[in-house]
Design a binder for this molecule. Structure first.
Ligand code: ADP
Ligand code: MG
Length: 328
């Protein structure tokens, strides 16, 4: 199978009518995108390399999903609606079964978000996937990292830390019973980009970022861009770990310090961390409900730079902040 047959078979979706947002897609020298009047284009690019971003044994269907999910997560963090994406693919060989599964996982998520594959590039080489996504956001309304102000609440969507727990099980540093490992593995391999929540937070959140490298690091980026700091409640953060929730989990979890490290610095979560003024609390809850995404308040923004963590008694916790690279 040659390069052009490969593109034709797996990435050219014959019989699909040109959409309003992508009048010209795969097959020409350029794709043409048509964002809605009064909107700005939101553009983001993420690369996934075998061995660095995913394990060589991962199910290709899940890899197709994740490669697009991590990009959609960036659009979500800006409050943008997905329009289209391009796919640059380096493959060691034209493995038909792999390509069929990969493209199925990719297109299932793309179709769920109305995001069209508009073009790409295909070459032989070590397995690498580079996707660029294009979204649209009403002019001037994109959520930015720079808008957090002292007194704002700090919020997080969904759950944090489970993907890292699963990775540590794969690495052999931790063990979990299957009933807890499977959902954690699902979080690692099939992350859910919070696209609807991001759009629902426009005009409500003061700043947002998606959590890809770990909460402390990513929230730290947001706070630096905003010229602010924050105080987080460790107990509230710990509850973000989904594997804690089933009653059966008690007794089979790693110690709470490791759990907290996974929540605060785990990575691969693809949740949104965002800030909003306290008078928007009800609106944030409503945005979460409308988008079917849990939202949890875990702290507040301070004028003083840096991140502080408090225990349940309101005392400063030192160890977790120092140990956030526990697994480095
Ligand atoms: P060019 O040589 O003009 O850059 P190519 O021959 O590389 O174009 O690609 C032919 C067409 O197939 C283009 O429309 C390109 O966007 C598309 N394409 C190539 N690889 C992929 C891919 N992996 N996924 C989607 N579209 C692709
Ligand atoms: Mg060309």
């Amino acid at each position: 199978m040659g390069e052009f047959e490969l593109i034709d078979r797996f990435f050219l979706r014959r019989g699909r009518p040109a959409s309003a947002q992508v009048p010209l897609g795969v097959g020409d020298d350029c794709a043409l995108l048509a964002p809605s009047p009064g909107h700005e284009l939101a553009v983001s690019c993420d690369m996934l390399l075998e061995g660095r971003h995913f394990l060589s044994t991962v199910d290709p269907r899940r890899l197709g999903h994740k490669a697009l999910a991590v990009n959609l997560s960036d659009l979500a963090a800006c409050g943008a609606r997905p329009l289209a994406f391009t796919l640059a693919l380096a493959l060691p060989a034209a493995d038909e079964a792999w390509l069929a599964a990969f493209s199925q996982g990719l297109f299932a998520l793309a179709d769920a978000h109305g995001c069209e594959l508009a073009g790409g590039d295909t070459t032989r080489g070590p397995l690498a996937i580079c996707i660029t996504v294009f979204g649209e956001v009403p002019r001037g309304q994109a959520l930015l990292r720079s808008g957090a102000r002292a007194g704002d609440d700090v919020w997080v969507s969904g759950s944090l830390g489970d993907a890292r727990l699963a990775l540590e099980v794969f690495r052999g540093t931790l063990s979990l019973p299957p009933a807890l490992f499977e959902p954690a593995r699902e979080r690692m391999e099939r992350p859910t980009p919070r696209v609807a929540l991001g759009q629902a937070l426009r005009g409500i959140a003061s700043a947002a970022i998606d959590v890809s490298d770990g909460l402390l690091g990513d929230l730290g980026h947001l706070l630096r861009r905003s010229g602010a700091g924050a105080t987080l409640e460790a107990a509230a953060a710990l509850e973000l770990l989904a594997v804690r929730r089933p009653a059966a989990a008690a007794g089979s979890l790693p110690d709470p310090q490791v759990q907290l490290d996974c929540v605060l610095a785990g990575g691969d979560d693809y949740e949104l961390a965002f800030t909003a003024p306290p008078q928007h609390r009800a609106a944030v809850e409503a945005a979460g409900a409308a988008s079917g995404t849990p939202v949890t308040r875990i702290g507040r923004v301070d004028a003083e730079p840096g991140l502080r963590l408090l225990d349940a008694a309101g005392q400063a916790l030192e160890r977790p902040l120092r140990s956030y690279d526990h697994f480095a």
